[in-house]
Design a protein around this ligand. Structure first.
Ligand code: G
Ligand code: G
Ligand code: MN
Ligand code: NA
Length: 253
């Protein structure tokens, strides 16, 4: 793919940026943090959506420099938020392949240390593309990260091949229900039953339950009734630049 040849340079130049989408406590109606979502501002093609390049990156050796750039961006954003909002977290998407990368834990810890950031403010979202090929090695890495205070989240839960086995075997702190179960929540009794069931499960296990794809106030209200405490979606806030995010937070207060 032609574009992949340009990715390395794009990373160096800072043409890839990470926008932030708010994640909120629906009950308290206040933000708890943001998810960092990649945006490629290409000099000739204009903005390129992540769907167009993430899969290609995930299948190539660029996934490692890309992941490091993602974490650097998240730490930079945390530093910007820090002075006024030290309690807000940033979640980054991590592909399973990266869990095989030697030195992953040391890299993340060292970056947090030198940026002077509390590990508790960084959340790793294991994306479902996170098809874990070597579970025992992945478990070791994830345990180490969790022990250091970095929260793990299972992304797109219920889509593709995600399984309850991940919840049993890894030290997970959060489940993000895939948006396909949320977008039509108010009309679909199946989806409502699923949310109810996950809410009971998360309560019993001490996990945060986050609904993705919250687009309407009706959906938000229904989630609360069903016991889902956290949400993310266009109806709450779109992915935005760090500057816009800083303004958005103030508007919520
Ligand atoms: O931001 P949405 O805007 O279109 O993102 C599309 C997909 O790309 C999502 O599945 C999201 O998890 C993934 N994605 C976005 N940014 C990143 C990133 O920095 N790293 C990885 N691995 N995936 C990302
Ligand atoms: O990491 P993940 O696969 O969950 O990526 C989140 C994706 O969902 C991104 O592409 C983001 O732009 C998208 N998204 C976030 N909120 C909404 C929403 O309310 N509705 C829809 N349709 N997509 C959303
Ligand atoms: Mn995600
Ligand atoms: Na997701």
């Amino acid at each position: 793919m032609v574009l992949m040849g340009e990715m390395e340079l794009a990373l160096e130049r800072g043409d890839i940026q990470w926008h932030l989408q708010p994640k909120v406590d629906l009950a308290a109606s206040r933000p708890t943090g943001f998810e960092a979502l990649a945006r490629w501002r290409h000099s000739r093609f204009g903005p390129i959506a992540p769907d167009a390049f993430i899969t290609a990156i995930e299948g190539s050796k660029l996934i490692w420099p890309f992941t490091l750039a993602t974490i650097d961006a998240a730490l930079g954003h945390l530093q910007r938020l820090g002075p006024t909002h030290p309690h807000l977290s940033i979640s980054v998407n991590v592909s399973a392949r990266v869990l095989q990368q030697p030195g992953l834990v040391e890299h993340v810890i060292q970056k947090l240390d030198s940026a002077g950031i509390d590990p508790r403010r960084l959340v790793l979202e294991l994306t479902e593309t996170a098809l874990i090929s070597n579970p025992s090695q992945a478990r070791k890495v994830l345990d180490e990260l969790a022990t250091r205070g970095i929260d793990l989240s299972i992304d797109d839960f219920g889509a593709g091949f995600t399984s309850f086995g991940y919840l049993r075997d890894f030290m997970v702190r959060e489940i993000k229900i895939d948006k396909s179960y949320i977008l039509n929540l108010t009309e679909r009794s199946f989806d409502q039953s699923l949310v109810t069931c996950l809410a009971v499960f998360c309560e019993a296990r001490g996990l945060r339950l986050v609904a993705e794809g919250v687009e309407t106030p009706e959906c938000l209200a229904r989630l609360l009734e069903l016991g889902c405490r956290y949400g993310q979606g266009y109806g709450i806030g779109r992915p935005m630049t760090i500057d816009a995010a800083l303004t958005w937070i103030v508007e919520q207060e």
